[in-house]
Design a protein around this ligand. Sequence first.
Ligand SMILES: [Mg+2]
Length: 253
Amino acid sequence: MSQPQSPFMFITDLDHTLVGDNNALAELNQQLQQHRQTHGTVIVYSTGRSLTLYRQLLTEVDLLEPDFLVLSVGTVIYSKGSETPSQDWIDYLSPDWDRTKVVAIAQSFPALTPQPESEQTQFKASYVIDGEAAQTVLPQLETALRTAQLDTQIIYSSAQDLDILPRRGNKGAAVAFLQEQVGMSGDRTVVCGDSGNDIAMFEAAAAKGIVVGNAKPELRGWYTNQATAETYLADAHCAGGILEGLLHFKFLD
Ligand SMILES: [Mg+2]
């Protein structure tokens, strides 16, 4: 059996990765839907959006219903047909996470503006800070969190969005979790992204990667300095770049 006829797990970021070129998206949707029906391919969206903002996006663009939905930068996971987030994932993220303390420390930095309430989750404290201020504030914030012995990670994306997450939770850890849930190997997993919060997916232990042609500087920088042969930088933008990468890796033919 040749490779394009086997199921794979397709994991993609939404904004500026899957979404951004409606013509290419329609073509990709059609191919993925057919592959899922025929071969059992698993479709996963992994986004920084909350459930509220994801539902808003559904009113704007045509998306396939995913088999898994990873929201809020890897801190919430829904599986198809379930109304409640995965309890296994909640149990995995809970140890050593103290949101109240994290927020108290973040509040001591006036340059950090909290994002709307809908973007705050049990395992994510989110702020906005511009790129220039971030250069000085981020190292100080990291030090303050470490000094307080809070086991967190800071993810900065698109020169504005700052997320503080449990050390164990991000888009990359969610990839590993889903691979185990579904029983899919790294050879048959592909992740796609365009910005800083996607780097964790590309660094996930085992998966092929597609960086879309319109990727932001922080991800391009990562690609130039740290990417392995398992990562493909596409010429085309958004869904067109994903299609290009899926053909390159022979997930599709
Ligand atoms: Mg994106």
